[in-house]
Write a protein that binds this ligand. Structure first.
Ligand SMILES: [Mg+2]
Length: 293
């Protein structure tokens, strides 16, 4: 029997490799915002404050140029119902944190878009300090968390039925990971038992540092978990991410219970991308596909 420099026999090494591959035969990769949590209000709260920090505050700005605080938030929600609705209507086009800054700018300018393409064209054409906004966005979130973690958490309620489904998959030995444009350390901070109770370790949260582009994250999943693209099952609420990663051979699913528009769902169906309309169908639909593959 031959031995490797570490002293393990080649036979044993290949057995270990096979076992590792068996455990991670399939990977369920789940986006965070709009799939696991409803972060629409947290993102508005944080992005508005970040926008004011970067571009200054004046009365012409939306929401009266008033910074949001955990204290004035209940009043703000009542006072600016129309602006909130407008913000919600633009949320489906978000890919990453900096897009929330663009929405603030669009609200300020009274600009509207009707499709992902129009949103992307606006992003390409506009002058905007993305890096500065990005840093301010995460700083504003941290400031709010520091003020009161529990109150901040109430801005971002989880989809409870999805949490249950994820726990079931983990119990069954499915490798569940998070693939997000958000930040790993912040997501890991809400997974402990006293909050969302999700048994996903920090190493299994792939964030923007693995690429804001989800294709880069999929490459990384193959390397890290020793799987092929066709072994990855990816759920996201942003159709553009699915269209992009599907080309690699990934099994993709559109989460329909959050922000995806009728138009986006319609396009997904035309492209034969399964749309999981409701939270309650998350577990059964994914289970079915995992079995069939
Ligand atoms: Mg999302």
């Amino acid at each position: 029997m031959s031995f490797t420099p570490s002293g393990k026999s080649i036979y044993l090494k290949s057995r270990m490799k096979t076992r590792k591959r068996e455990i991670f035969m399939k990977v369920l990769a789940i986006d965070y915002d709009g799939v696991i949590v409803d972060s629409v209000m947290d993102s508005l709260f944080v992005s508005h404050n970040a926008y004011l920090k970067v571009f200054g505050s004046n009365s012409k700005k939306i929401f009266g140029g008033e910074p949001f605080t955990l204290k004035n938030w209940p009043v703000i929600q009542k006072k600016y119902k129309k602006e909130m609705e407008k913000y919600r209507s633009l949320r489906p086009y978000i890919r990453g944190a900096t897009d929330y800054g663009l929405i603030q700018k669009m609200l300020e300018e009274g600009k509207d878009v009707q499709s992902q393409q129009e949103f992307d064209e606006y992003r390409q054409s506009v002058e905007f300090d993305f890096q500065k906004f990005h840093d301010a966005f995460y700083q504003a979130r941290k400031d709010t968390q520091d003020e009161s973690f529990e109150d901040w958490l109430s801005l971002e309620p989880p989809y409870e039925i999805v949490l249950k489904g994820i726990r079931k998959f983990v119990q069954q030995g499915i490798k569940v990971i998070v693939a997000t444009s958000n930040r790993r350390e912040y997501i890991a901070s809400v997974f402990p038992a006293e909050y969302y109770d999700l048994p996903i370790g920090v190493d299994d949260i792939l964030d923007f540092s693995f690429g804001e582009d989800k294709s880069s994250q999929m490459h990384h999943i193959c390397d890290k978990y020793n799987v092929d693209y066709q072994d990855i099952f990816f759920v996201d609420d942003q159709l553009a991410h699915l269209e992009q990663t599907r080309k690699l051979g990934i099994n993709v699913f559109l989460a329909g219970w959050s922000y995806a528009t009728m138009q986006q769902k319609e396009i997904a169906r035309e492209e034969k991308i399964p749309v999981i309309e409701k939270e309650k169908d998350f577990y059964s639909v994914i289970k079915k596909y995992l079995k069939n593959e």
